[in-house]
Design a binder for this molecule. Structure first.
Ligand SMILES: NC(=O)c1ccc[n+]([C@@H]2O[C@H](COP(=O)([O-])OP(=O)(O)OC[C@H]3O[C@@H](n4cnc5c(N)ncnc54)[C@H](O)[C@@H]3O)[C@@H](O)[C@H]2O)c1
Length: 383
């Protein structure tokens, strides 16, 4: 079977997402399977070119995985004729200018979210990508998680009747870094470095709501910096200037109300790190990363409020597990495969820069809503 190499610049590959999810779990996993099979029988073979700031770290990663191509010179990497795709998993702040350079070099661009730091920049990147005629995409990994795919299946199958509400609970305790190391990078907690949970998570909530339920029509958010001082990777204390919790309400087209709590200062008493409860006239579901449970109207109990008695029913036992009914691969890898097919076979890829810009817009308007203490309607973006 013939193998067709496709050069992919991976920038930010020393980071958490760049290394684990995109290099190892996606592109190297595709190689381990013998490449991505195309319709004509050829196998597309990702050839990663690792880009970053530290020669030593890049060389170490390359050596660990038997790769030979790495550089600290992004311009040189983008000038290579064998490179077709630029991928960005850098810190958010560095993204815009690198993507712009990739577009100018005529490369297709796939990127981690958020697409840019503000809506104007995201819209501008979208326009530039369209004008250059390149293919573009933004990571929307949550859509490819088993739990959310089961939820989408339920929506598509009409399980809920009229959907009334979506309650999302996301978060876990991120250690302050003093007596136990923090499990997230310190830039996440500094506004000046592009941190904050709204900028991080609202782009995710945007595509989850828009693509599983309905477009988001308004946002109202309250934000907090619950932990004001943290300790960084070098052991130095710093002031946390970015929001570490956001309590958001989103009105959806058609009238459903979504409420999503996002927090790095909450302890988990749930089955998964994110869970969405969806209530509809005909049934309800609770979906996490992997599992999804349902309760149909026909099996809904009739509890009666009586605080004088202990709970008479085991409510959690009254839900039914939704079966897998298919095999779920890593979500990042699935979306990479779709992007590669988009580039190579022109397959549809709706998760483009326009979708990414709408996610950035929701984060920006969420922050504005919190600053101004009011609900904000979301205008449609002129793209
Ligand atoms: N899709 C998801 O679920 C998900 C989850 C977490 C993070 N992300 C996104 O991925 C991106 C990277 O996040 P991460 O958690 O991997 O961060 P990280 O700090 O672990 O990695 C950041 C990468 O950017 C590089 N970098 C380039 N310029 C830098 C600079 N000036 N300062 C610091 N680092 C610089 C670092 O070397 C590193 O390779 C962010 O844009 C974030 O929003 C997405």
């Amino acid at each position: 079977m013939s193998r067709l190499p496709i050069g992919i610049v991976l920038n930010g590959v020393t980071g958490r997402m760049g290394y684990r999810q995109h290099l190892v779990r996606s592109l190297l996993a595709i190689r381990e399977e013998g490449g991505l099979p195309l319709a004509d029988g050829t196998r597309l073979w990702p050839e990663p070119i690792l880009v970053g700031r530290s020669e030593a770290k890049l060389a170490e990663i390359a050596q660990r995985h038997g790769l030979t191509e790495w550089t600290t010179d992004l311009t040189a990497a983008l000038a290579r004729p064998d490179v077709q795709i630029y991928f960005d998993a850098q810190v958010t702040q560095q993204r815009e200018k690198a993507i712009r350079a990739a577009i100018e070099a005529g490369k297709h661009v796939y990127t981690e979210k958020p697409l840019a730091e503000d809506t104007a920049a995201a819209v501008d990147l979208c326009r530039a990508a369209r004008a250059a005629g390149i293919k573009h995409g933004v990571v929307q990994d949550k859509l490819f998680l088993p739990g959310l795919r089961k939820l989408k299946r339920l929506v598509d199958g009409g399980f809920f009747g009229r959907i009334l509400s979506v309650r999302g609970e996301f978060g876990y305790w991120v250690f302050e870094g003093d007596w136990q190391a923090a499990q997230r990078p310190s830039w996440n907690y500094r506004a000046a470095d592009g941190g904050g949970i709204v900028v991080d998570m609202f782009p995710h909530w945007h595509y989850v709501l828009e693509q599983i339920f309905a477009p988001v029509r308004s946002v109202q958010a309250t934000i907090a910096t619950h932990i004001p001082t943290r300790v960084d990777e070098q052991g130095s204390a710093y002031g946390a200037t970015a929001d570490d919790a956001a309590y958001g309400t989103f009105e959806l087209d058609g009238g459903a109300i979504a409420q999503i709590n996002s927090s790095w200062a909450v302890r988990v008493y749930r089955d998964e790190l994110v869970e969405f409860q969806v209530d509809g006239t005909h049934g309800s579901a609770v979906a996490g990363l992997r599992e999804c449970r349902i309760q149909h109207r026909g099996s809904t109990p009739k509890p009666v409020w009586n605080p004088d008695l202990p709970a008479t029913e085991r409510f959690r036992d009254q839900w039914q597990l939704v079966p897998d009914n298919e095999v779920y691969d890593n979500g990042f890898k699935v979306q990479w495969e779709l992007f590669l097919r988009h580039v190579h076979e022109n397959a549809a890829f709706p998760w483009d820069f326009a979708a990414g810009a709408r996610g950035v817009q929701l984060a920006e308007l969420g922050l504005r809503s919190a600053a101004e203490g009011r609900r904000i309607e979301i205008p449609s973006l002129e793209l």
